[in-house]
Design a binder for this molecule. Structure first.
Ligand code: ADP
Ligand code: UDP
Length: 236
């Protein structure tokens, strides 16, 4: 596999073409942003943690019947994935109230929901990723009704697999963001990443935050939190 030109540089990853038009290489950076890009920083070693954790989880999900973009880990920071057309929706699942949910509805963080919730944001930086419901997405041609139904079913399946898995590591899966993409034949697969950047993880005993909230909220020990999640997934 030959790495070719850079196709895209995002906030946390770069994407490179390869000599296979159906495959791209994602390269994970240590750069971190929050609050719509207003807060910027670096988290040393984050790229390695996110790459390896994301790949581990994607393979776990594949074993559980969820199709993903994962093909092969190439190095600590680089992974070969299927090139997909990203459906421009951020799909957010919540098990426990936190973040923008707690703010929007004026409730405290930590309310354990009887059932998980799902919401969509329109992935559009110029518009600051506005909340979007399924009808809006269908009306605007962002996705078809069938694609929305597939995405919803896959997102809840991802939640049940991940929730159970992280609990075995002594971690509560509070909420997370997923992105889905379409392969050339129209199949919907899970894409992007699953990591402490995109999930809220709380220690099951102490509720200590082990995710990007440590960066967002200046809680300190940011690198330690990422390293701790790495240790729980892969052992010491
Ligand atoms: P952002 O674009 O939000 O700054 P990143 O820095 O993570 O985010 O950039 C990675 C980009 O690659 C994102 O836009 C993401 O949607 C896209 N992407 C993720 N997986 C794939 C894939 N398999 N094929 C094509 N693009 C992908
Ligand atoms: N999230 C993400 N990218 C985004 C927005 C949210 O990965 O652009 C994740 C975030 O890490 C959290 C979940 O989605 O696990 C829910 O985030 P929320 O809506 O509470 O927003 P935030 O508090 O991050 O602004």
């Amino acid at each position: 596999m030959e790495k070719r030109e850079q196709l895209y540089e995002g906030k946390a990853k770069k994407v490179y073409a390869t000599d296979d038009e159906n495959l791209v290489i994602v390269s994970y950076k240590d750069d971190a942003t929050a609050f719509d890009g207003l807060k910027k920083g670096t988290i040393a070693g984050k790229g390695v943690v996110n790459n390896k954790m994301s790949n581990y989880i994607m393979q776990l999900l594949e074993k559980n019947g969820v199709p993903t973009h994962f093909v092969q880990e190439l190095s600590d920071r680089e992974t070969l994935v299927k090139k997909v057309k990203i459906v421009p929706l951020e799909v957010i699942i919540r098990n426990i109230s936190a973040g923008s949910f707690a703010k929007r509805f004026g409730v405290e963080e930590g309310i354990v929901f009887a059932e998980p919730t799902i919401e969509f944001s329109y992935k559009n930086d110029d518009l600051h990723d506005p909340l979007m419901n399924a009808y809006h997405a269908i009306a605007l041609g962002v996705a078809t009704r069938e694609e929305i139904e597939t995405i919803k079913a896959m997102a809840f399946k991802v939640n049940s697999v991940m929730k159970e898995y992280f609990l075995t590591l002594g971690v509560k899966l509070v909420d997370f963001k997923l992105e889905f993409g379409k392969t050339p034949d129209g199949t919907i697969v899970l894409a992007d990443e699953i990591s402490p950047d995109t999930c809220r993880f709380w220690d099951a005993e102490t509720n200590e935050k082990l995710d990007k909230d440590r960066f967002r909220r200046d809680l300190g020990n940011v690198e330690d939190a990422y390293a701790e999640m790495m240790r729980r997934v892969f052992g010491a």
